[in-house]
Design a protein around this ligand. Structure first.
Ligand SMILES: Nc1ncnc2c1ncn2[C@@H]1O[C@H](COP(=O)(O)OP(=O)(O)OP(=O)(O)O)[C@@H](O)[C@H]1O
Ligand SMILES: [Mg+2]
Length: 375
């Protein structure tokens, strides 16, 4: 018995392109659990689709192993693997009805018509489209066509469903709705989803775990919270959400996971170190999210109780402010050249206009809100 559904062991895949080798997947190892919603996230060309195609059996790795339910997939053709794929361009047959589209794969496998029809109807129920079986694809909206593509993949009862940017063709509002529906569907049917997207928000809201990929490598695998709160590299911190990066020099590492870091203007602060930080001194990058920084006018700070042992408090100058409805986005300068973006929620209408440009203020954050990363 195995506890994971899909396991990649040190997978490498090269393509030849114009006489040159492109490494599309670079020593990727990962274990995906039974029933997990697993997202592959990364910029265009980072190897997401290739990774899916290697699992599906449309590509063969040049090194490494793909295991599905503990079985090595080497030599097993795509149509014999217990997986099914939903592509971005969901490619329904235009001349067949919705029901015929869904039944097609089953009938190819020799399932009789009566049984195929029953299962098609069940899978249309599953995607909440019970009444469209007799229609042709062009008589459906984009979102409905996408659901039919899903029903067609689910009807084969795959152990693992591979989804390659399945919502990419939909407009924003429909996309949001489908995100909730897909997530609920996945929970209901309990099938393992491996879901490719380059949309970080989609990955964060839908996935149990996210793998962030770049240049063929899986840089970090973790829960959305771990990926957002504790990025292990500058690339991951930069790719997911907005981050302030401050150049610094690590002076010493404490035993408690914190270190002393000198900022460009020679101020020395205490900051939490990334668990994967390799160096013990020298140049580092300090990452901090805009919503983790507080702003106070000097007068207010005097009355506030901020434990100097736990908080970093710095003088700053307000150089720009942008009202964006829910929040106000402030740009501040600390020292001579370091800019910081701070987001403050507009709890009352006064908040967004409370601080004037050019005004000296104080910024503060809890020391654990920073992550010190290798440069
Ligand atoms: N059949 C192929 N022949 C040559 N190069 C390929 C082939 N398929 C993919 N590549 C290359 O491999 C790399 C990874 O491609 P892949 O399609 O996996 O990226 P992706 O992460 O899915 O990108 P996108 O978000 O744009 O879909 C890219 O550099 C791409 O150009
Ligand atoms: Mg792709």
């Amino acid at each position: 018995m195995t506890t994971h559904d899909v396991e990649l062991i040190d997978i490498v895949k090269d393509f030849e392109s114009g006489g040159k080798l492109v490494r599309a997947v670079d020593h990727v190892s990962v274990q995906i659990a039974d029933g997990e919603f697993f997202a592959l996230l990364g910029p265009s060309g980072c190897g997401k689709t290739t990774t899916l195609r290697l699992i599906a059996g449309f590509e063969q790795p040049i090194a490494g192993k793909v295991l599905i339910r503990g079985l090595a997939m080497e030599g097993i053709p795509a149509y014999h693997r217990p997986v099914n794929t939903v592509f971005q361009d969901y490619a329904l047959f235009p001349h067949l009805t919705v029901e015929q589209n869904i039944m097609f794969g089953l009938q190819m496998e020799g399932v009789n018509k009566k049984e195929a029809r029953k299962r098609a109807s069940e899978s249309l129920d599953m995607v909440r489209l019970p009444d469209v079986g007799a229609r042709k694809p062009h008589q459906l909206s984009g979102g409905q066509q996408q659901r039919v593509a899903l029903a067609r993949a689910l009807v084969k009862k795959p152990a693992v469903l591979l989804l390659d940017e399945p919502l990419g063709a939909l407009d924003l509002k429909l996309r949001k709705n489908m995100q909730y529906e897909l997530k609920a569907l996945q929970r209901d049917v309990g099938i393992t989803f491996i879901y490719v997207t380059h949309d970080q928000e989609e990955a964060i809201t839908m996935a149990d775990r996210i793998a962030v990929m770049n240049e063929g490598k899986m840089l970090q695998v973790g829960s959305p919270r771990q990926i957002y709160e504790r990025p292990e590299t500058v690339f991951v911190a930069d790719f997911i959400g907005e981050t302030n990066f401050i150049a610094g020099e690590l002076l010493e590492r404490g035993p408690d996971g914190f270190g002393r870091v000198k900022l460009p203007d020679d101020t020395v602060i205490t900051a939490q170190l990334s668990g994967t930080l390799s160096r013990s001194s020298g140049p580092v990058r300090l990452a901090i999210r805009p919503e983790r920084i507080g702003i106070a006018t000097i007068v207010e700070t005097e009355g506030e109780i901020i434990d100097p042992g736990e908080f970093t408090v710095l003088d700053a100058l307000l150089i720009d402010s942008q009202y964006i409805g829910t929040d106000t986005r402030y740009t501040l300068r600390i020292g001579d050249a370091t800019e910081l973006v701070v987001r403050v929620q507009n709890i009352s209408e006064l908040d967004s206009s409370a601080i004037a440009l050019g005004q000296p203020v104080t910024v503060y954050w809890h020391n654990s809100s920073t992550t010190v990363l290798d440069n």
